[in-house]
Design a protein around this ligand. Structure first.
Ligand code: PNS
Length: 160
């Protein structure tokens, strides 16, 4: 039986921290779906389709795209997507106790809703301080985001 996992998130934009978690999760599971989910609690910088395209290009650039699918889910529960594709596991990167506190209730609800388990993955310490919101702020003020995001994302944000 093939093990299918989903890495969900806003990815607005994808960072090197996300990419690290995606690559390591792709090495653990037979099939990995990176799912861009619209988070109504956040004001978006990039349209969902743009975020998907940037993740696809970042993964291709990093060269580990064999078992990874990138797509989006903007209506309905995250676990409905999991059920549709036969995924039994969610993978989330957690950088701090703040992230764990934010993720824990969602993990419990997702398991209650559909039996989908959540696995928390620690980031590479090199990326532990990186967040999409930090990248959005630095980019919007004209700063260099290239240490925090894949090359294609830095180029895209610099084009404005
Ligand atoms: O990158 P983010 O913004 O922290 O990701 C949060 C996200 C999009 C994964 C979360 O908001 C989510 O799972 N949304 C889907 C809606 C849903 O299924 N909610 C009920 C269970 S938590």
């Amino acid at each position: 039986m093939s093990r299918i996992a989903v890495v969900p998130g806003s990815f607005d934009p994808v960072t090197l921290g996300h990419l690290d978690v995606i690559e390591r999760a792709a090495g653990i599971f037979d099939e990995l779906h990176v799912l861009v989910v619209h988070n109504p609690g956040k004001t978006a910088l990039l349209p969902v389709a743009q975020r998907v395209a940037l993740i696809e290009k970042s993964i291709a650039e990093a060269g580990f795209d064999g078992n990874v699918t990138v797509t989006s889910w903007t209506v309905g529960l995250l676990v409905d997507y999991c059920t549709d594709v036969g995924a039994t596991v969610l993978v989330k990167g957690v950088r701090s106790q703040v992230d764990v506190a934010y993720e824990t209730p969602m993990a419990i609800v997702n398991r209650n809703l559909a039996g989908v388990e959540t696995i928390f993955m620690l980031p590479d310490p090199a990326h532990a301080h990186v967040s999409s919101s930090l990248v959005r702020q630095v980019a919007s003020l004209g700063g260099d985001v290239s240490p925090y995001v894949p090359k294609v994302v830095a180029e895209f944000l610099q084009r404005g």
